[in-house]
Design a protein around this ligand. Structure first.
Ligand SMILES: [Zn+2]
Length: 393
């Protein structure tokens, strides 16, 4: 039997074991099948990078690892890939970044310390350089003001991305690798449609995301099913550290993502091609609409091209009205002054945030800069050219 044949028979064996519910007992006896599974897994990873040809030999690549199953499997793939014989060796230079989100996930200082220590041991064992960065305690205020789980998840994802990109930039990395699986991509596609981010589906879920210009995000695991990852981690003892979910109150409704996830995974049970069908639909999308033509046309939060023109904006106005206390209505620190700087999807998230003073300083600084330059532009337009001439004489 050739490698692929063995792998296929291995897969059906896994299904049998799974249906009998006794996975733990049999895996140690996998032998050759285990080896084939390992080869298949590694081949898929290399093929994904090879097909796209965007990571160059010697390039510095930052692996974003959360400790979850997918990104941990990705880390193992890179380790394996670097230890291969010359012909099959990966040739980029990896480092790892871990974002500690314990503060917003409601962990106590002791719990945070414990999970950080776990993560650090795991990262040290890889022998790669690594960065531990923290979503700061101050952001807690920003999170507490947010009402819905949907907006909380969106916000967390944005802040995490900002932090990873900022680290990549300052430390000289030109690529960031993240661990979204095919399952995750399918869930994200449908969630983002529901969130009004239809124009950005391709950059939000595609293999490469180059909306940021200088640093490109790549998603090399997007053809793996979550189940494959789970088996791989199980067979080859890939260590994981699971972060606690975002804290919820009893009256909280589940997030869009959560609803879409249960819907898709539920369908997948009876119709096993559900996830891959949704995934493949996403493959047909173009990334062009998300590319901004200049810096001022980028959404302040998600950095995609602003997707609204004047008329659409007027039509949407009633859903986006923001109640602001009288005190905050002066100057550029008004919440409403930020609205034109955001895409439609981010406006919905932004609406739920507290005062803009709780936003991270780099977001506020960028907003100030843009509001100011828009005002200058407007002032210049308001003075007709003749008057300018007259005032000179
Ligand atoms: Zn946005």
């Amino acid at each position: 039997m050739n490698g692929w044949g063995r792998w296929v028979s291995g897969l059906s064996m896994i299904r049998d074991i799974e249906s009998q519910g006794s996975l733990g007992l049999v895996t140690s006896g996998l032998g050759n099948t285990g080896n084939c599974f390992r080869e298949y897994f590694m081949h898929k990873f290399r093929a994904m990078l090879g097909k796209n040809r965007i990571i160059f030999p010697g390039e510095k690549v930052l692996l974003a690892v959360s400790g979850g199953p997918a990104s941990s499997a990705m880390l193992r793939q890179v380790q394996e890939g670097l230890s291969r014989e010359t012909a099959k060796k990966l040739r980029f230079i990896p480092s790892v970044i871990y974002v500690d989100e314990g503060a917003v996930r409601g962990q106590s200082p002791a719990q945070r310390e414990q999970s950080l220590a776990c993560m650090e041991t795991l990262l040290q064992a890889t022998g790669f350089p690594y960065y531990l960065v923290h979503l700061e305690q101050e952001l807690l205020k920003l999170f507490e003001a947010v009402q819905t789980m949907t907006a909380k998840e969106e916000l967390l994802q944005m802040l995490r991305t900002h932090l990873i990109l900022q680290t990549a930039r300052t430390k000289g990395y030109t690529k960031v690798m993240t661990g979204e699986t095919c399952t995750r991509v399918a869930i994200k596609l449908l969630t983002n449609l529901a969130l009004g981010r239809g124009a950005f589906l391709a950059v939000d879920t595609g293999f490469k995301d180059n909306r940021h210009g200088d640093v490109m995000v790549v998603r090399p695991l997007r053809e793996y099913m979550a189940k494959e990852i789970a088996f791989y981690n199980h067979f080859f003892d890939v260590p994981t550290v699971i972060a606690p979910p975002l804290p919820t109150k009893r009256r909280d409704k589940p997030s869009f993502r959560h609803v879409v996830e249960s819907f898709l995974l539920g369908l997948q049970k009876d119709f096993p091609s559900t996830i891959s069908t949704v995934y493949r639909t996403g493959e047909k999308l173009s990334a062009d609409r998300a590319k901004p033509s200049c810096e001022a046309e980028r959404c302040l939060l998600c950095l995609c091209a602003l997707d609204l023109d004047g008329e659409e904006e007027l039509a949407l106005e009633p859903t986006l009205i923001i109640d602001e206390p009288e005190l905050e209505r002066n100057g550029a620190e008004r919440k409403s002054a930020y609205i034109p700087l955001l895409c439609y999807g981010c406006r919905l998230t932004f609406k739920e945030l507290g005062p803009v003073t709780t936003l991270p300083p780099y977001v506020r600084a960028e907003a100030q800069r843009r509001i100011h330059s828009a005002e200058m532009q407007q002032q210049n337009q308001e003075v007709p050219p003749e008057d300018k001439e007259l005032s000179k004489s």
